[in-house]
Design a protein around this ligand. Structure first.
Ligand SMILES: *[C@@H]1O[C@H](CO)[C@@H](O)[C@H](O)[C@H]1NC(C)=O
Length: 187
């Protein structure tokens, strides 16, 4: 009996040591829940889109030759490498980058086609990314966008992002956008 208990205790300790402290991998901005058939990850982070200054994170790479029919800048295309942070502040902890493009794809209102990879650098999400491909109706308070795939922990991702502007400078277009993302995966 004593031997069995000792064996159980040793096994328990060995398992703990092998897996390390589970909390060391956890991050404050994301939560993974294994539902049995799939893993649901919810995330909350902030996206910093800076057009102004000497070191913008979003730059215009193409624009239409003629702007006569370009309400809201129809045809303008931006390349971005926007920092993602834990909190809304610029100095908040960096957790990754959103890299890719967005362009004004609507003729009569503000509708940005977003083609971006959100790659992470923190905790268990380091080197994992998800891909977002969606129209961003930027004038809406909350914009819903589709997550269409991913890598690493986000392999075979399906999901959506809800984005809401936290802060915007109407003169420069610089903005900080809050993201709530829900993703389902099998791993
Ligand atoms: C994002 O999640 C936070 C915390 O649950 C909530 O307060 C906020 O309203 C959500 N924002 C959106 C756009 O869903």
């Amino acid at each position: 009996m004593v031997q069995i208990i000792i064996t159980i205790v040793i096994f328990f300790l060995a398992t703990r040591l092998a897996h390390g402290q589970p909390s060391s991998d956890e991050v404050s901005w994301a939560k993974r829940v294994d539902t049995g058939s799939q893993v649901v990850t919810t995330m909350q982070f902030y996206f910093h889109d800076t057009l102004s200054g000497n070191n913008p994170s979003a730059i215009k790479v193409a624009q239409p030759q003629s702007s006569s029919n370009s309400l809201g800048g129809f045809g303008n295309l931006m390349m971005v490498d926007d920092p993602l942070t834990e909190g809304p502040d610029k100095t908040s902890k960096l957790i990754g980058h959103a890299r890719g493009m967005y362009g004004q794809a609507a003729q009569n209102d503000l509708g940005l086609i977003m083609v971006l990879s959100y790659g992470f650098t923190e905790g268990i999400y380091k080197d994992s990314s998800f891909s977002l491909l969606s129209l961003n109706p930027a004038m809406q308070t909350v914009r819903e966008m589709a997550v269409v795939g991913g890598t690493g922990l986000f392999r075979l991702a399906r999901g959506y992002a809800l984005a809401q502007t936290y802060w915007i400078d109407p003169t420069t277009g610089d903005a900080i956008v809050g993201y709530n993302v829900t993703i389902a995966t099998y791993i």
